[in-house]
Design a protein around this ligand. Structure first.
Ligand SMILES: NC(=O)c1ccc[n+]([C@@H]2O[C@H](COP(=O)([O-])OP(=O)(O)OC[C@H]3O[C@@H](n4cnc5c(N)ncnc54)[C@H](O)[C@@H]3O)[C@@H](O)[C@H]2O)c1
Length: 368
C-alpha cells in the first residue's frame, strides 16, 4: 500500500474520541498520527494505549500540521462548528460526533464549508450500523410492509443525566438536553430505515422536572466528572409529533431522567399496511432486539430474526475512509446530519413558541 492510500488522521477529544481511536484501528487504510485534548493526562494515556505518536492540547495546534488529512471532532457540541470550519479551512476532511451542531444555522455553515472546500463531512451516527437496523432497512426498501405511514422513536432513561453540572447541562455548550443527546440517535435510525422522508412540520414539548432539583444523575460514569458547577439549563424530557411531507407521522421521545419502566432503553417502530416492525434495544442490547409483525394466513405473527452483535464507530469510519480515498458516498453524510439537526432545532423552537413549526419556512436551509 503506498502512502497515498493511507489517510493520516488526528482525533480531537479524548472522551468519545476513544471510540474513534478504536474505529481507525479497525481500518488499515487509516493511521492516527495525533490526539488533541485539554485533559492532558487522559490524552497521553490514550496515545500510549493506541500507539499514537503525538499529542496536542488545543485543536488549533493539530490543524496547523500539514501531515494530517482528516480529523475526528469529538468535543462538546458548541465546538463542533468552529472546529469543523477551521479544519476545512486547513484542508482536512471532517468526521464530527453527533449532533452535527447545536442548531440548524451552524449545521448549514458546516455543510456549505465542506462543499466550498470540496472535503468530506460525515457524522458519527454509528447506531444505524446495528445489524437489526440494517435488516429493517432492507425489509422496508424491499417494500415488505408497504409505505410506512406511522412510526415511533424513543430513548428513555430512568436516571442518566450525563455529567450533572457539566457542559452537557449548559444550554450554550450543548444546545439542549436528551433530545439533542439521545433523541438525535433514534431519529437518525428511524429516518435512515424510512429512506430519509422529508419533514413538513413539528410540534414539540420539553420539560425539566427532575434535573434542576439535582436528581437523575448517571451514577458511576467517571468520565463525566464535574469540575465547575453549572446550573441545569436544558430539558430532561422532550417529545415531538412530526408530520412528514408524504402524509406519514412520527412520534419521538427522549429523556435522561423520568419515572418509567425503562432504565436506559431505546428503539424505533414502524407501521405499514402490510406489516410492521420494532427494534427495542433494552439497555443497549444488540441481539434479540428486532421483531417483525406480518400476516401468516389470517393471523398476525411475531417473528424475531437473529441479529449479530454489531455496531460501532468502526463502520462509520470505514465509510469515511472510503469517501476520502475512493469518492464513495459518506454514510452518515453531513446532509443527513443537517436534516437531523434541522428537525431537532424545529422541535426546540416549537416547544419555546408553544405552536407547530413548519421546517421549510422557519428553519435555516442550505442555499442550493
Ligand atoms: N456517538 C456516540 O455514541 C457518542 C457518545 C458519547 C459522546 N458523543 C459526542 O461526543 C462529543 C464529546 O462528548 P464526550 O462525552 O466525549 O465529552 P467529554 O467532555 O468527555 O470530552 C470532550 C473532549 O473535548 C476536549 N476539548 C474541549 N475543548 C477543546 C479544545 N479547545 N481543544 C481540544 N480539545 C478540546 C476535552 O479536553 C475532552 O477531551 C459530544 O458531541 C457528544 O455528543 C457521542
Amino acid at each position: 500500500m503506498s502512502s497515498k492510500d493511507i489517510v493520516r488522521v488526528g482525533v480531537i477529544g479524548s472522551g468519545a474520541g476513544e471510540f474513534h481511536l478504536k474505529g481507525y484501528g479497525e481500518d488499515d487504510r487509516a493511521e492516527v498520527v495525533a490526539i488533541a485534548g485539554l485533559d492532558t493526562d487522559r490524552v497521553v494515556k490514550l496515545a500510549n494505549q493506541y500507539g499514537v505518536k503525538d499529542t496536542h492540547r488545543e485543536y488549533q495546534e493539530m490543524l496547523a500540521r500539514d501531515d494530517i488529512d482528516a480529523v475526528s471532532v469529538a468535543v462538546p457540541n458548541f465546538l463542533h462548528m468552529p472546529v469543523a470550519l477551521a479544519a476545512f479551512e486547513a484542508g482536512k476532511h471532517v468526521l464530527v460526533e453527533k449532533p452535527l451542531a447545536r442548531n440548524a444555522a451552524e449545521g448549514v455553515a458546516m455543510v456549505e464549508a465542506a462543499r466550498a472546500h470540496n472535503k468530506v463531512l460525515g457524522v458519527s451516527f454509528q447506531r444505524r450500523t446495528r445489524h437489526d437496523v440494517q435488516l429493517l432497512k432492507h425489509a422496508i426498501d424491499n417494500n415488505e410492509f408497504g409505505n410506512i405511514y406511522y412510526a415511533k422513536a424513543w430513548w428513555m432513561r430512568r436516571s442518566g443525566i450525563p455529567g450533572l453540572g457539566s457542559w452537557f447541562t449548559s444550554k450554550e455548550a450543548a444546545g439542549g438536553g436528551p433530545l439533542i443527546d439521545l433523541g438525535v440517535h433514534v431519529l437518525d435510525m428511524l429516518m435512515y430505515v424510512m429512506g430519509n422522508p422529508e419533514v413538513h412540520s413539528v410540534t414539540g414539548t420539553t420539560y425539566a422536572q427532575i434535573g434542576p432539583t439535582g436528581r437523575g444523575g448517571w451514577p458511576g460514569r467517571g468520565r463525566f466528572e464535574v469540575t465547575a458547577e453549572q446550573p441545569y439549563e436544558v430539558e430532561d424530557l422532550a417529545s415531538a409529533f412530526i408530520r412528514l411531507k408524504n402524509g406519514g407521522t412520527v412520534l419521538l421521545e427522549a429523556s435522561w431522567a423520568s419515572f418509567t419502566e425503562m432504565v436506559d432503553d431505546f428503539g424505533i417502530q414502524v407501521y405499514g399496511p402490510e406489516g410492521g416492525a420494532r427494534i427495542f434495544a433494552k439497555q443497549y442490547a444488540l441481539t434479540d432486539s428486532l421483531e417483525i409483525y406480518k400476516n401468516f394466513g389470517d393471523t398476525t405473527q411475531d417473528s424475531k430474526p437473529r441479529t449479530f452483535a454489531r455496531e460501532g464507530h468502526g463502520q462509520v469510519i470505514h465509510s469515511f475512509i472510503d469517501a476520502i480515498l475512493n469518492g464513495a458516498p459518506m454514510q452518515p453524510s453531513g446532509l443527513e446530519g443537517l436534516a437531523n439537526i434541522q428537525l431537532i432545532d424545529a422541535i426546540y423552537k416549537s416547544a419555546a413558541l408553544g405552536r407547530e413549526v413548519i421546517l421549510d419556512e422557519e428553519i435555516a436551509q442550505i442555499s442550493e
